[in-house]
Design a protein around this ligand. Structure first.
Ligand code: CS2
Length: 473
Protein backbone atom coordinates (compact mmCIF):
# COMPACT_ATOMS: atom_id res chain seq x y z
CA UNK A 1 0.00 0.00 0.00
CA UNK A 2 1.27 3.52 -0.85
CA UNK A 3 1.88 5.53 2.32
CA UNK A 4 -0.53 8.44 2.49
CA UNK A 5 0.96 11.90 2.53
CA UNK A 6 -0.09 13.16 5.95
CA UNK A 7 0.53 16.78 4.96
CA UNK A 8 -2.28 16.67 2.40
CA UNK A 9 -4.75 14.79 4.59
CA UNK A 10 -7.54 16.43 6.55
CA UNK A 11 -6.67 16.65 10.23
CA UNK A 12 -8.50 14.54 12.79
CA UNK A 13 -11.11 16.77 14.49
CA UNK A 14 -14.72 16.39 15.60
CA UNK A 15 -16.05 17.66 12.29
CA UNK A 16 -13.71 15.50 10.20
CA UNK A 17 -14.74 12.28 11.93
CA UNK A 18 -17.09 10.59 9.52
CA UNK A 19 -19.38 7.77 10.50
CA UNK A 20 -19.35 5.01 9.59
CA UNK A 21 -15.62 4.79 9.99
CA UNK A 22 -13.22 1.89 9.48
CA UNK A 23 -12.14 2.27 13.11
CA UNK A 24 -13.91 2.37 16.49
CA UNK A 25 -15.14 5.90 17.28
CA UNK A 26 -16.71 7.49 20.36
CA UNK A 27 -20.40 6.53 20.18
CA UNK A 28 -21.49 9.26 22.58
CA UNK A 29 -22.07 12.92 21.78
CA UNK A 30 -18.88 14.66 22.86
CA UNK A 31 -20.73 17.95 23.16
CA UNK A 32 -22.74 16.40 26.02
CA UNK A 33 -19.64 15.35 27.95
CA UNK A 34 -18.33 17.59 30.74
CA UNK A 35 -14.96 17.86 32.42
CA UNK A 36 -15.18 15.81 35.60
CA UNK A 37 -11.53 14.73 35.76
CA UNK A 38 -8.41 16.87 35.85
CA UNK A 39 -5.50 14.70 34.80
CA UNK A 40 -1.97 15.86 35.66
CA UNK A 41 0.78 14.39 33.48
CA UNK A 42 -0.71 14.27 30.00
CA UNK A 43 1.46 11.79 28.13
CA UNK A 44 1.24 8.54 26.24
CA UNK A 45 0.44 6.43 29.29
CA UNK A 46 -2.59 8.38 30.42
CA UNK A 47 -4.00 8.55 26.92
CA UNK A 48 -3.77 4.78 26.46
CA UNK A 49 -4.95 3.92 29.97
CA UNK A 50 -7.15 6.05 32.25
CA UNK A 51 -8.43 8.19 29.36
CA UNK A 52 -9.68 5.00 27.67
CA UNK A 53 -11.40 3.92 30.89
CA UNK A 54 -13.09 7.33 31.09
CA UNK A 55 -13.99 6.97 27.41
CA UNK A 56 -15.72 3.68 28.28
CA UNK A 57 -17.63 5.43 31.09
CA UNK A 58 -18.76 8.16 28.68
CA UNK A 59 -19.74 5.39 26.28
CA UNK A 60 -22.06 3.99 28.97
CA UNK A 61 -23.93 7.28 29.00
CA UNK A 62 -22.41 8.96 32.07
CA UNK A 63 -21.29 12.41 30.84
CA UNK A 64 -19.31 13.28 33.99
CA UNK A 65 -16.04 11.62 32.96
CA UNK A 66 -14.64 14.07 30.42
CA UNK A 67 -10.98 14.98 31.03
CA UNK A 68 -8.94 18.16 31.14
CA UNK A 69 -5.50 16.80 30.20
CA UNK A 70 -2.72 18.80 31.84
CA UNK A 71 0.86 18.48 30.62
CA UNK A 72 3.16 19.59 33.41
CA UNK A 73 5.74 21.45 31.27
CA UNK A 74 6.00 20.44 27.62
CA UNK A 75 3.60 22.16 25.28
CA UNK A 76 3.69 20.14 22.03
CA UNK A 77 1.25 17.38 22.91
CA UNK A 78 -1.25 19.65 24.65
CA UNK A 79 -1.26 22.04 21.70
CA UNK A 80 -1.53 19.23 19.15
CA UNK A 81 -4.46 17.74 21.05
CA UNK A 82 -6.19 21.11 21.29
CA UNK A 83 -5.88 21.47 17.51
CA UNK A 84 -7.62 18.08 17.19
CA UNK A 85 -10.46 18.84 19.64
CA UNK A 86 -8.72 16.44 22.05
CA UNK A 87 -9.18 13.47 19.71
CA UNK A 88 -6.47 10.89 19.04
CA UNK A 89 -6.24 7.35 17.75
CA UNK A 90 -4.78 4.41 19.65
CA UNK A 91 -3.50 1.29 17.93
CA UNK A 92 -4.19 -1.69 20.19
CA UNK A 93 -1.94 -4.62 19.34
CA UNK A 94 -2.48 -8.11 20.65
CA UNK A 95 -0.70 -11.21 19.42
CA UNK A 96 -3.68 -11.99 17.17
CA UNK A 97 -4.84 -8.65 15.86
CA UNK A 98 -4.32 -4.93 15.46
CA UNK A 99 -7.22 -2.55 15.93
CA UNK A 100 -7.56 1.21 16.04
CA UNK A 101 -9.76 3.21 18.38
CA UNK A 102 -10.38 6.95 18.45
CA UNK A 103 -10.63 8.13 22.05
CA UNK A 104 -12.94 11.05 22.83
CA UNK A 105 -12.67 11.55 26.59
CA UNK A 106 -10.00 14.28 26.55
CA UNK A 107 -12.15 17.38 26.10
CA UNK A 108 -9.50 20.00 26.75
CA UNK A 109 -5.73 20.15 27.16
CA UNK A 110 -3.39 22.70 28.70
CA UNK A 111 0.07 23.07 30.26
CA UNK A 112 0.51 23.59 34.01
CA UNK A 113 3.68 25.67 33.67
CA UNK A 114 2.01 27.92 31.09
CA UNK A 115 -1.62 27.99 32.27
CA UNK A 116 -1.55 27.35 36.01
CA UNK A 117 -4.72 29.42 36.54
CA UNK A 118 -6.67 27.14 34.22
CA UNK A 119 -5.62 24.10 36.23
CA UNK A 120 -6.52 25.73 39.54
CA UNK A 121 -9.88 26.90 38.16
CA UNK A 122 -10.64 23.41 36.86
CA UNK A 123 -9.91 21.87 40.25
CA UNK A 124 -12.25 24.42 41.82
CA UNK A 125 -15.05 23.89 39.28
CA UNK A 126 -18.32 22.34 40.52
CA UNK A 127 -18.30 19.66 37.80
CA UNK A 128 -14.85 18.36 38.71
CA UNK A 129 -14.92 15.20 40.83
CA UNK A 130 -11.54 13.54 40.29
CA UNK A 131 -7.89 14.36 39.84
CA UNK A 132 -5.71 11.60 38.38
CA UNK A 133 -1.94 11.75 38.11
CA UNK A 134 0.81 10.20 36.00
CA UNK A 135 3.72 12.53 36.70
CA UNK A 136 6.42 9.79 36.96
CA UNK A 137 8.56 8.90 39.96
CA UNK A 138 10.37 12.23 39.93
CA UNK A 139 7.16 14.28 39.79
CA UNK A 140 6.28 13.96 43.49
CA UNK A 141 7.97 17.15 44.65
CA UNK A 142 7.13 20.63 45.92
CA UNK A 143 5.93 21.97 42.54
CA UNK A 144 3.25 19.29 42.28
CA UNK A 145 2.22 19.75 45.90
CA UNK A 146 1.94 23.53 45.45
CA UNK A 147 -0.26 23.17 42.37
CA UNK A 148 -2.58 20.67 44.04
CA UNK A 149 -2.83 22.66 47.25
CA UNK A 150 -3.61 25.82 45.33
CA UNK A 151 -6.39 24.08 43.44
CA UNK A 152 -7.78 22.46 46.57
CA UNK A 153 -7.66 25.76 48.49
CA UNK A 154 -9.65 27.43 45.71
CA UNK A 155 -12.14 24.57 45.78
CA UNK A 156 -12.61 24.78 49.52
CA UNK A 157 -12.94 28.58 49.32
CA UNK A 158 -15.71 28.07 46.74
CA UNK A 159 -17.59 25.99 49.29
CA UNK A 160 -17.41 22.79 47.26
CA UNK A 161 -16.82 19.23 48.45
CA UNK A 162 -13.52 17.38 48.23
CA UNK A 163 -12.06 15.49 45.27
CA UNK A 164 -10.99 11.91 44.72
CA UNK A 165 -7.29 12.23 43.90
CA UNK A 166 -5.78 9.11 42.38
CA UNK A 167 -2.06 8.74 41.85
CA UNK A 168 -1.46 6.37 38.93
CA UNK A 169 2.32 6.28 39.13
CA UNK A 170 4.51 3.25 39.75
CA UNK A 171 5.16 4.02 43.41
CA UNK A 172 4.30 1.86 46.38
CA UNK A 173 1.49 3.30 48.48
CA UNK A 174 1.06 6.00 45.85
CA UNK A 175 -2.23 7.41 47.20
CA UNK A 176 -1.03 7.64 50.76
CA UNK A 177 2.24 9.27 49.68
CA UNK A 178 0.39 11.87 47.66
CA UNK A 179 -1.99 12.58 50.54
CA UNK A 180 0.97 13.15 52.87
CA UNK A 181 2.66 15.40 50.32
CA UNK A 182 -0.47 17.57 49.99
CA UNK A 183 -1.26 17.71 53.70
CA UNK A 184 2.35 18.67 54.47
CA UNK A 185 2.35 21.36 51.80
CA UNK A 186 -0.83 22.87 53.30
CA UNK A 187 0.58 23.19 56.82
CA UNK A 188 0.55 27.00 56.60
CA UNK A 189 -3.24 26.73 56.86
CA UNK A 190 -4.28 24.13 59.43
CA UNK A 191 -7.95 24.19 58.43
CA UNK A 192 -7.06 23.60 54.78
CA UNK A 193 -4.66 20.79 55.68
CA UNK A 194 -7.41 19.18 57.74
CA UNK A 195 -9.92 19.56 54.88
CA UNK A 196 -7.54 17.97 52.38
CA UNK A 197 -6.97 15.11 54.77
CA UNK A 198 -10.63 14.42 55.48
CA UNK A 199 -12.78 15.78 52.64
CA UNK A 200 -10.59 14.44 49.82
CA UNK A 201 -9.95 10.76 49.11
CA UNK A 202 -6.54 9.49 48.01
CA UNK A 203 -7.01 5.87 46.94
CA UNK A 204 -3.92 3.77 46.35
CA UNK A 205 -3.97 2.34 42.90
CA UNK A 206 -2.04 0.08 40.55
CA UNK A 207 -2.18 0.78 36.85
CA UNK A 208 -0.74 -1.41 34.15
CA UNK A 209 -0.48 -1.19 30.39
CA UNK A 210 2.65 -1.13 28.28
CA UNK A 211 2.60 2.12 26.31
CA UNK A 212 5.81 2.94 24.44
CA UNK A 213 6.51 6.56 23.50
CA UNK A 214 4.61 7.48 20.32
CA UNK A 215 6.62 7.47 17.09
CA UNK A 216 6.32 8.68 13.49
CA UNK A 217 5.39 5.11 12.60
CA UNK A 218 2.23 5.39 14.72
CA UNK A 219 1.31 8.61 12.95
CA UNK A 220 1.76 7.18 9.50
CA UNK A 221 -0.09 3.96 10.43
CA UNK A 222 -2.91 6.07 11.86
CA UNK A 223 -3.14 8.09 8.64
CA UNK A 224 -3.50 4.81 6.77
CA UNK A 225 -6.19 3.47 9.12
CA UNK A 226 -8.23 6.67 9.53
CA UNK A 227 -7.67 8.48 6.27
CA UNK A 228 -7.01 11.51 8.48
CA UNK A 229 -3.83 13.07 9.84
CA UNK A 230 -3.43 12.41 13.56
CA UNK A 231 -0.40 14.12 15.14
CA UNK A 232 -1.22 12.46 18.47
CA UNK A 233 -1.55 8.80 17.43
CA UNK A 234 0.05 6.17 19.63
CA UNK A 235 0.15 2.43 20.21
CA UNK A 236 -0.34 0.03 23.09
CA UNK A 237 -1.10 -3.60 23.93
CA UNK A 238 -4.54 -5.18 24.44
CA UNK A 239 -3.86 -5.96 28.10
CA UNK A 240 -4.68 -3.39 30.77
CA UNK A 241 -5.31 -3.40 34.49
CA UNK A 242 -6.39 -0.75 36.95
CA UNK A 243 -6.73 -1.94 40.51
CA UNK A 244 -7.91 0.79 42.86
CA UNK A 245 -8.64 0.93 46.55
CA UNK A 246 -12.29 1.47 47.49
CA UNK A 247 -11.81 4.96 48.86
CA UNK A 248 -13.80 7.58 46.96
CA UNK A 249 -15.50 10.86 47.80
CA UNK A 250 -18.53 9.48 45.94
CA UNK A 251 -18.94 5.80 46.85
CA UNK A 252 -20.94 5.16 43.69
CA UNK A 253 -17.80 5.73 41.60
CA UNK A 254 -16.56 2.29 42.63
CA UNK A 255 -19.46 0.55 40.88
CA UNK A 256 -19.14 2.77 37.82
CA UNK A 257 -15.44 1.97 37.46
CA UNK A 258 -16.04 -1.72 38.09
CA UNK A 259 -18.63 -1.78 35.31
CA UNK A 260 -15.95 -0.90 32.75
CA UNK A 261 -13.36 -3.37 34.02
CA UNK A 262 -11.52 -1.57 36.81
CA UNK A 263 -10.91 -3.78 39.84
CA UNK A 264 -12.06 -2.00 42.99
CA UNK A 265 -10.55 -3.70 46.03
CA UNK A 266 -10.05 -3.21 49.76
CA UNK A 267 -6.26 -3.54 49.56
CA UNK A 268 -4.14 -2.78 46.50
CA UNK A 269 -0.89 -3.97 48.12
CA UNK A 270 -0.71 -7.52 46.66
CA UNK A 271 -1.38 -6.17 43.15
CA UNK A 272 0.97 -3.23 43.49
CA UNK A 273 3.85 -5.33 44.80
CA UNK A 274 3.41 -7.98 42.11
CA UNK A 275 3.31 -5.36 39.37
CA UNK A 276 6.24 -3.26 40.60
CA UNK A 277 8.51 -6.20 41.30
CA UNK A 278 7.52 -8.61 38.50
CA UNK A 279 6.77 -6.28 35.57
CA UNK A 280 8.67 -3.12 36.40
CA UNK A 281 11.51 -4.95 38.15
CA UNK A 282 12.03 -7.15 35.08
CA UNK A 283 11.62 -4.17 32.78
CA UNK A 284 14.44 -2.26 34.45
CA UNK A 285 16.73 -5.30 34.32
CA UNK A 286 15.88 -5.97 30.66
CA UNK A 287 16.35 -2.30 29.77
CA UNK A 288 19.82 -2.09 31.28
CA UNK A 289 20.92 -5.43 29.81
CA UNK A 290 19.57 -4.42 26.39
CA UNK A 291 21.23 -1.01 26.57
CA UNK A 292 24.65 -2.48 27.35
CA UNK A 293 24.33 -5.25 24.77
CA UNK A 294 23.03 -2.81 22.14
CA UNK A 295 19.69 -4.63 21.75
CA UNK A 296 17.12 -1.91 21.01
CA UNK A 297 13.73 -3.13 22.25
CA UNK A 298 12.20 -5.28 24.98
CA UNK A 299 10.81 -7.70 22.39
CA UNK A 300 14.27 -8.08 20.81
CA UNK A 301 15.71 -8.78 24.25
CA UNK A 302 13.13 -11.34 25.28
CA UNK A 303 13.52 -13.12 21.94
CA UNK A 304 17.06 -14.01 23.03
CA UNK A 305 17.09 -17.30 24.96
CA UNK A 306 19.68 -16.02 27.47
CA UNK A 307 17.63 -12.94 28.45
CA UNK A 308 14.35 -14.88 28.43
CA UNK A 309 15.85 -17.44 30.79
CA UNK A 310 17.26 -14.69 33.00
CA UNK A 311 13.91 -12.92 33.33
CA UNK A 312 11.95 -16.11 33.92
CA UNK A 313 14.28 -17.23 36.67
CA UNK A 314 14.43 -13.75 38.22
CA UNK A 315 10.65 -13.79 38.50
CA UNK A 316 10.22 -17.42 39.54
CA UNK A 317 13.08 -17.95 41.95
CA UNK A 318 13.73 -14.51 43.37
CA UNK A 319 10.64 -12.29 43.11
CA UNK A 320 7.60 -14.61 43.33
CA UNK A 321 8.40 -16.19 46.73
CA UNK A 322 7.63 -12.84 48.38
CA UNK A 323 4.39 -11.94 46.62
CA UNK A 324 0.77 -12.49 47.61
CA UNK A 325 -1.07 -11.88 44.36
CA UNK A 326 -2.99 -15.04 43.43
CA UNK A 327 -2.07 -16.96 40.29
CA UNK A 328 1.57 -15.90 40.06
CA UNK A 329 2.78 -18.51 37.56
CA UNK A 330 0.08 -17.44 35.10
CA UNK A 331 0.84 -13.78 35.81
CA UNK A 332 4.52 -14.45 35.04
CA UNK A 333 3.74 -16.29 31.82
CA UNK A 334 1.41 -13.51 30.70
CA UNK A 335 4.16 -10.98 31.39
CA UNK A 336 6.69 -12.90 29.33
CA UNK A 337 4.19 -12.99 26.48
CA UNK A 338 3.52 -9.25 26.82
CA UNK A 339 7.25 -8.48 26.75
CA UNK A 340 7.51 -10.55 23.57
CA UNK A 341 4.83 -8.52 21.72
CA UNK A 342 6.74 -7.42 18.59
CA UNK A 343 4.28 -4.66 17.70
CA UNK A 344 5.17 -2.58 20.77
CA UNK A 345 8.78 -1.80 19.80
CA UNK A 346 9.33 -0.61 23.37
CA UNK A 347 12.79 0.97 23.48
CA UNK A 348 15.14 -0.18 26.22
CA UNK A 349 16.54 3.33 26.59
CA UNK A 350 13.06 4.69 27.31
CA UNK A 351 12.68 2.28 30.23
CA UNK A 352 16.27 2.88 31.43
CA UNK A 353 15.35 6.55 31.94
CA UNK A 354 15.41 7.55 35.64
CA UNK A 355 16.73 4.16 36.75
CA UNK A 356 18.09 5.67 39.96
CA UNK A 357 14.50 6.41 40.99
CA UNK A 358 13.08 3.12 39.73
CA UNK A 359 15.58 0.64 41.20
CA UNK A 360 14.64 1.32 44.84
CA UNK A 361 10.95 0.68 44.11
CA UNK A 362 11.49 -2.27 41.80
CA UNK A 363 14.44 -4.29 43.19
CA UNK A 364 15.27 -3.29 46.72
CA UNK A 365 12.47 -5.06 48.62
CA UNK A 366 13.10 -8.28 46.69
CA UNK A 367 16.82 -8.30 47.52
CA UNK A 368 16.11 -7.62 51.20
CA UNK A 369 13.47 -10.33 51.35
CA UNK A 370 15.72 -12.89 49.67
CA UNK A 371 18.61 -12.06 52.01
CA UNK A 372 16.31 -12.44 55.01
CA UNK A 373 15.16 -15.82 53.70
CA UNK A 374 18.68 -16.90 52.73
CA UNK A 375 17.47 -17.16 49.14
CA UNK A 376 19.33 -16.44 45.93
CA UNK A 377 20.08 -12.85 45.03
CA UNK A 378 22.14 -13.71 41.96
CA UNK A 379 19.92 -12.32 39.17
CA UNK A 380 19.54 -8.95 40.89
CA UNK A 381 23.22 -8.78 41.86
CA UNK A 382 23.95 -9.34 38.18
CA UNK A 383 21.37 -6.70 37.21
CA UNK A 384 22.90 -4.20 39.66
CA UNK A 385 26.30 -4.82 38.06
CA UNK A 386 24.80 -4.29 34.60
CA UNK A 387 23.44 -0.95 35.83
CA UNK A 388 26.98 0.01 36.89
CA UNK A 389 28.30 -0.99 33.46
CA UNK A 390 25.42 0.94 31.83
CA UNK A 391 26.57 4.09 33.63
CA UNK A 392 29.73 4.14 31.49
CA UNK A 393 27.51 5.62 28.74
CA UNK A 394 28.46 3.35 25.81
CA UNK A 395 27.37 -0.15 24.85
CA UNK A 396 29.62 -3.15 24.30
CA UNK A 397 30.08 -2.16 20.65
CA UNK A 398 31.34 1.24 21.78
CA UNK A 399 28.17 3.04 20.71
CA UNK A 400 27.62 6.02 23.04
CA UNK A 401 24.18 6.78 24.50
CA UNK A 402 22.77 9.48 26.77
CA UNK A 403 21.80 8.66 30.34
CA UNK A 404 18.60 10.44 31.25
CA UNK A 405 18.34 10.44 35.02
CA UNK A 406 18.25 13.16 37.70
CA UNK A 407 21.36 11.58 39.27
CA UNK A 408 22.82 10.66 35.88
CA UNK A 409 25.76 13.04 35.79
CA UNK A 410 26.97 12.26 39.27
CA UNK A 411 26.53 8.51 38.82
CA UNK A 412 28.23 8.50 35.45
CA UNK A 413 31.15 10.50 36.86
CA UNK A 414 31.52 8.00 39.72
CA UNK A 415 31.41 5.03 37.35
CA UNK A 416 33.95 6.59 35.03
CA UNK A 417 36.33 7.88 37.66
CA UNK A 418 36.78 4.37 39.03
CA UNK A 419 36.64 2.54 35.71
CA UNK A 420 39.55 0.26 36.47
CA UNK A 421 38.72 -0.33 40.10
CA UNK A 422 35.75 -2.68 40.20
CA UNK A 423 35.63 -2.98 44.00
CA UNK A 424 35.81 0.81 44.36
CA UNK A 425 33.10 1.33 41.75
CA UNK A 426 30.79 -1.10 43.51
CA UNK A 427 31.44 0.43 46.92
CA UNK A 428 30.85 3.98 45.68
CA UNK A 429 27.73 3.21 43.65
CA UNK A 430 26.12 0.99 46.27
CA UNK A 431 26.68 3.71 48.85
CA UNK A 432 24.03 5.91 47.21
CA UNK A 433 21.36 5.38 49.86
CA UNK A 434 18.51 6.91 47.85
CA UNK A 435 18.92 3.93 45.52
CA UNK A 436 20.01 1.04 47.73
CA UNK A 437 18.80 2.10 51.17
CA UNK A 438 20.82 1.93 54.37
CA UNK A 439 21.07 -1.83 54.83
CA UNK A 440 22.19 -3.35 51.53
CA UNK A 441 25.47 -1.42 51.16
CA UNK A 442 26.66 -3.05 54.40
CA UNK A 443 25.60 -6.61 53.62
CA UNK A 444 28.60 -8.39 52.23
CA UNK A 445 26.43 -11.19 50.85
CA UNK A 446 25.09 -8.55 48.45
CA UNK A 447 28.12 -6.35 47.82
CA UNK A 448 30.43 -9.31 47.13
CA UNK A 449 28.05 -10.73 44.53
CA UNK A 450 27.59 -7.39 42.77
CA UNK A 451 31.35 -7.06 42.66
CA UNK A 452 31.69 -10.59 41.29
CA UNK A 453 29.25 -9.88 38.46
CA UNK A 454 30.79 -6.55 37.60
CA UNK A 455 34.18 -8.31 37.30
CA UNK A 456 32.67 -10.84 34.91
CA UNK A 457 30.91 -8.14 32.89
CA UNK A 458 34.00 -5.96 32.63
CA UNK A 459 36.22 -8.87 31.56
CA UNK A 460 33.87 -10.96 29.46
CA UNK A 461 30.70 -8.97 28.81
CA UNK A 462 27.04 -9.21 29.76
CA UNK A 463 26.28 -12.25 27.59
CA UNK A 464 28.99 -14.23 29.37
CA UNK A 465 27.58 -13.19 32.73
CA UNK A 466 24.09 -14.33 31.69
CA UNK A 467 25.54 -17.65 30.55
CA UNK A 468 27.37 -18.14 33.86
CA UNK A 469 24.22 -17.49 35.81
CA UNK A 470 22.67 -20.64 34.32
CA UNK A 471 25.65 -22.87 33.60
CA UNK A 472 23.60 -26.07 33.49
CA UNK A 473 21.44 -25.07 30.50
C1 CS2 B 1 8.21 0.89 32.41
C2 CS2 B 1 6.74 1.24 32.68
O1 CS2 B 1 9.21 2.83 31.54
C3 CS2 B 1 9.12 2.08 32.52
O2 CS2 B 1 9.77 2.28 33.54
O3 CS2 B 1 8.61 -0.12 33.29
O4 CS2 B 1 6.38 2.41 32.05
C4 CS2 B 1 5.81 0.10 32.27
O5 CS2 B 1 5.78 -0.06 30.87
C5 CS2 B 1 4.41 0.33 32.78
O6 CS2 B 1 4.46 0.52 34.17
C6 CS2 B 1 3.50 -0.84 32.43
O7 CS2 B 1 2.31 -0.75 33.13
Amino acid sequence: MQPLNQATLTQLTDSALATPSPVQLPRYRRTDARVGVVHLGLGAFHRAHQAMVFDALLQRGDPRWGVLGVAMRTTELADALTAQDGLYAVQVASREALRWQVVGSVLQACVAAREPAQVVAAMAAPGTRWVTLTVTEKGYGPALAALLVQGLAARRAAGLGGLTIASCDNLSDNGRKLQQLCVDAAQHDAALAQWIDTACAFPNSMVDRIVPAATAQHRSDAAQALGLADACALGTEEFWEWVIERRFVDDADGDALAAVGVQVVADVKPFEEAKLRMLNGSHTAIALIGAVLGVPTVADCIARPDIHRFVRSLMTEVVMPHLQRPGLPAYRDALLARFANPELRHKVHQIATDSSLKIPLRWQATVLAQLAANGSIEPLALAAAVWMRYLLGADEQGQAYAISDPLGQALQATAQRRRDDVAGTVRALLAVSSIWGEVLPHDVRWTARVEHWLQVIRRQGVAAALAQLHPSD
